[in-house]
Unconditional design. Structure first.
Lengths: 473, 473
């Protein structure tokens, strides 16, 4: 392949599928909060002599969903291979993976810019065990192995080297995670998602360096940024980039050499003779396809067309499955434009401020639509609504009852506002004369006084109107 | 004359035979036999006594009630050390039963011990035993080999004065070969007929569990109990299990026999040719018709294809034996790579190492296409060759082994390649997954000669039909 861009990036993403059981045995996939090491295991995931793998069909269905959502061609048969290498985290010293004939090939995923990122392959494999370094990596004289994770189902998604910047890499990973969430095959709380990134720069003649095991979008961007700078500096100071595998130390914010690759690794792949080929019939794929949910990019388009909200709002809302769900519910009760503005800006702002995510969100669409109905009908001011949103997130309550009990309904009585304005004009002769001399600041001061008097329940626009009328009197 | 196993079970069922007393006598006898003949890697006397007393209390109506079963060491038995004849698995006590063992015990069988074998099944004479293991001796002449790899299984079936069934295993001939040298019936079933769950793998696409016994009717009984679909083995087939014993004694008129011409060539001893031809004539006398046929692909390419596929698979299967998790374990003073190397160097025998190296080479990138993938294609061609013959014939016949049991001295002078040639008759039906039976065809110079009958997939009944005239009275 010939490249021309400054930077070439390709990614391999491993996402754990949220099945109930492991890929080849009936052990639970999900960790129990109180589990001890090496208890969620059986002869199969420990690789005991005589044990044999039996494929979890649910995992296959999940992986097919991923293939369909990324536009991959799906292989008519699922064939597993043994990828052999000696490592203590591999129960059998080979990993059951796929080689010659991956489940999905030739897919793509588009970025916001419209740029298509090619997906080379999507395949299934089993997760190795986890290594535990009792005194930290590098500081431990021995390593412990915990096989609880051994045999968990992973879906590996490999991209073409179509990414050109760390930003694109980050966006790609974010988009992919959004898809996995929508497909209901991935659960951010219990599933692992890791990325390996291959990166090369023009200056080195595109010598490829692989960065292993990066977790999170931000980390992908940071790691790639660091690596680009490192490679450029190396080249500009006359050094040479060598083909190697590097690790990412998120704490120190740098990549480090793991091993150099003089030749491609030889995993001695053979077809796993313990597993028969699983036919992936067209009717099966069709059934899965029919059950696929509407995905982010489809929602985005629909929101713009159907609800007339801005493309930016639509994109942000659609990207997050839970936010989209709330939006769709709330938009049934109030104006979608109002709902979009409040959910995208206020809800997300308050959630970020309170450091909670959707899984920890205690309010539902009823709270939000009650609140926004009051705003829409101008029965509370936006300021009141913002305050209520902050309180709701901490501890939910019935919005209507609360507004009534605490007298938060906005002051819509023109007479009362006029009365407050004339009182304020009389009490602040200094400010009045400054206003008459042309000071806008003095006007704002006077409006502020009225707002304080009405405890924020009056619409600032109406106060302004009445105040100006009173002053010009 | 010894009682048949089926008669023993009948006696236990109707109360005329006390399983506890009988088992006690059996244990005494195997202790004695084993001292001289080395048929058992482990005798599980306590487990056998407990099973017998449970059987007596429960009044079992099982088909194998009270029948002593010996299990090849590569088939795991819960709570009984199971090593596959290898020092590297010394001390490994499985936490589960192989499916065939479970089914046998459910029918009231009494497991008496684990029979000796070539390490992991790597041999044709049972002389390639693991480090520290004893070589089994031929029951007819202890200066000669039992054949292999299920040597202990066949030896015990012949030598025991009590009725018994041995569970053997064949990858390239390891059931019929020792059955031939030990003058007993041994049946290797169709691949997928008997569950491999609990079988310590040699070559997973080739391995089959099957029964060995002095009587053909007891081989049929053993097969009836062990056969049938098992959800724990993905390669186990959902084929109906017939009453195989009912084929014994069926009319032989019209049985079409193909006599494999190549198997009577230069490398085959005259005594063997004579005995097998006498056997064929005997079948003809019973009304069968025979014709000479050629299987050129099977003879020319069977051995290389078998050794490439078998060792490729074996080299991945043996990777997990590295001194972690189970089996031998030592202090880890160095890195895991050095540790794995040390454990494997010290505990695997020469033939195991040779096959690991051959197999690892055959699947290396660069040569993989020329060896591993090509061997898979050859295998398909061999299957086609047999399949076309089975359109015209019910069974194919050849000698089981080209010679009579050799002495240990003679075996010591063989090169590895000559050693592999012992499998020349048997590897191809094994590659093709075809059922085959050793039929004791008579004695020559005081040594037994075996005749092998091969049938089409799932047609074991034809083998029982053809073996019937040779059944012991």
């Amino acid at each position: 392949m010939s490249f021309s861009t400054e930077t070439v990036i390709g990614m391999e993403i491993h996402a754990e599928l949220k099945t109930k059981t492991k890929l080849f045995c009936s052990c639970s996939r999900e960790a129990n909060e109180f589990e001890k090491p090496n208890t969620r295991t059986c002869p199969v995931c420990l690789g005991h002599p005589g044990s044999k793998p039996v494929l979890n069909r649910k995992a296959v269905e999940y992986a097919i969903r991923v293939c369909l959502a990324t536009g991959c061609a799906i292989s008519p048969a699922l064939i597993f291979s043994r990828k052999s290498y000696f490592y203590p985290d591999l129960a059998k010293n080979y990993q059951i993976s796929q080689y010659e004939q991956p489940l999905g090939t030739k897919g793509s995923l588009s970025l916001d810019s419209g740029k298509e990122i090619g997906i080379t392959r999507v395949h299934m494999e089993e997760d190795p065990a986890s290594l535990v370094h009792p005194a930290g990596v590098g500081g431990s004289s021995s390593v412990l192995v915990d096989y609880n994770r051994s045999g968990n189902p992973l879906c590996e998604i490999v991209t073409e080297p179509d990414l050109e910047t760390p930003d694109e890499a980050r966006e790609f990973l974010k988009k992919l995670t959004s898809i996995l969430n929508y497909l209901d095959v991935f659960d951010a709380d219990s599933c692992i998602i890791k990325a390996d990134a291959n990166i090369s720069i023009k200056g080195s003649g595109y010598t490829r360096v692989e960065i292993k095991n990066i977790t999170g979008y931000k980390e992908v961007e940071r790691a790639l940024r660091y690596e680009i700078t490192r490679q450029r500096q190396e080249v500009s100071s006359g050094g040479r980039i060598i083909q190697e595998t590097r690790g990412w130390d998120a704490d120190k914010g740098l990549t480090f050499r793991m091993r150099t690759k003089e030749t491609e690794d030889d995993y001695g792949y053979i077809i796993d003779p313990d597993l028969t080929a699983t036919a992936i019939s067209a009717p099966w794929v069709r059934r899965i396809k029919e059950g696929l949910p509407e995905l982010a990019h489809e929602k985005e388009t629909r929101y713009v067309l159907e609800h007339k909200i801005s493309i930016e709002d639509a994109r942000v809302i659609a990207a997050e499955k839970d936010l989209a769900r709330l939006f769709e519910k709330v938009a049934e009760k109030v104006s979608p434009i109002l709902a979009a503005r409040w959910l995208r800006r206020e809800l997300v702002r308050v959630m970020n401020y309170s450091k909670i995510d959707f899984s920890g969100l205690k309010i539902d669409e009823k709270h939000l639509s009650d609140l926004l109905t009051l705003v829409e009908q101008k029965r509370i001011t936006e300021k009141t609504a913002q305050k209520l949103m902050e309180q709701l997130i901490k501890e939910p309550f019935d919005v209507h009852e609360h507004v009534e009990k605490n007298g938060l309904a906005s002051v819509n009585d023109d007479g009362a506002i006029e009365e407050a304005c004339s009182q304020t004009i009389n009490a602040n002769p200094q400010a009045v004369s400054e206003y008459k001399a042309g000071s806008e600041k003095a006007l704002n001061f006077l409006i502020g006084q009225v707002m304080r008097q009405t405890k924020g329940k009056a619409d600032p626009k109406i106060i302004r109107e009445k105040m100006l009328a009173g002053l010009d009197h | 004359m010894t009682m048949r196993a089926s008669e023993l079970a009948g006696g236990v069922r109707d109360g005329s035979i006390d399983p506890v007393e009988h088992t006690e006598k059996v244990l005494e006898e195997i202790e004695r036999i084993d001292k001289d003949y080395h048929y058992l890697n482990t005798i599980c006397a306590d487990r056998a006594r407990k099973a017998a007393s449970d059987l007596k209390k429960g009044g079992s109506k099982g088909r194998l009630a009270g029948i002593p079963l010996s299990i090849k060491d590569s088939i795991v038995v819960k709570g009984v050390e199971s090593t596959g004849g290898s020092a590297i698995l010394k001390g490994y006590v499985p936490v589960f039963n192989a499916t065939c063992v479970e089914r046998g015990e459910k029918e009231g069988a009494i497991v008496i011990g684990k029979t000796s074998q070539d390490e992991f099944g790597f041999g044709a004479f049972a002389v390639n035993v693991g480090k520290g293991f004893r070589i089994p001796k031929n029951p007819i002449d202890p200066t000669r080999a039992t054949g292999g790899s299920s040597g202990g299984a066949a030896g015990l079936a012949k030598k025991a004065s009590f009725p018994t069934i041995s569970y053997g295993e064949s990858t390239g001939g390891s059931i019929v070969n020792p059955a031939s040298f030990c003058d007993v019936f041994g049946l290797c079933p169709t691949y997928g007929r008997v569950s491999r769950y609990g079988l310590i793998d040699y070559g997973n696409s080739l391995d089959k569990v099957g029964p060995i016994s002095r009587y053909l009717s007891d081989v049929a009984l053993g097969l009836e109990v062990m056969a049938g679909h098992d959800a724990k083995d993905s390669t186990s087939a959902d084929a109906p299990v017939e009453e195989f014993s009912s084929s014994i004694g069926k009319d032989l008129r019209g049985l079409r026999i193909g006599v494999i011409k190549e198997s009577f060539g230069e490398g085959t001893e005259e005594d063997v040719k004579d005995a097998v031809w006498t056997g064929i004539k005997r079948l003809e006398g019973e009304g069968a018709r025979y014709e000479e046929v050629n299987t050129p692909l099977a003879f020319e390419f069977g051995i290389p294809a078998y050794y490439i596929i078998g060792t490729s698979e074996a080299s991945t299967n043996l990777a997990k034996y590295c001194g972690m998790r189970y089996g031998v374990q030592e202090e880890t003073a160095d890195g895991f790579n050095e540790y794995f190397t040390r454990i494997r160097s010290e505990n695997l025998g020469d033939e195991a190492k040779r096959r690991v190296m051959l197999g690892t080479f055959a699947r290396m990138s660069g040569v993989r296409d020329a060896y591993y993938l090509k061997a898979a294609k050859v295998r398909t061609k061999i299957i086609e060759e047999y399949k076309s013959l089975f359109k015209r014939f019910d069974i194919l016949v050849s000698p089981t082994v080209p010679y009579k049991p050799p002495t240990f001295d003679e075996i010591g002078r063989l090169t590895p390649l000559q050693h592999y040639m012992a499998d020349v008759m048997t590897v191809s039906p094994n590659l093709a997954g075809l059922p085959h039976l050793n039929i004791p065809a008579g004695m020559k110079k005081g040594l037994p000669v075996g005749m092998m009958a091969i049938a089409d997939h799932w047609k074991e009944s034809e083998l029982f039909r053809a073996g019937a005239p040779f059944e012991r009275p």
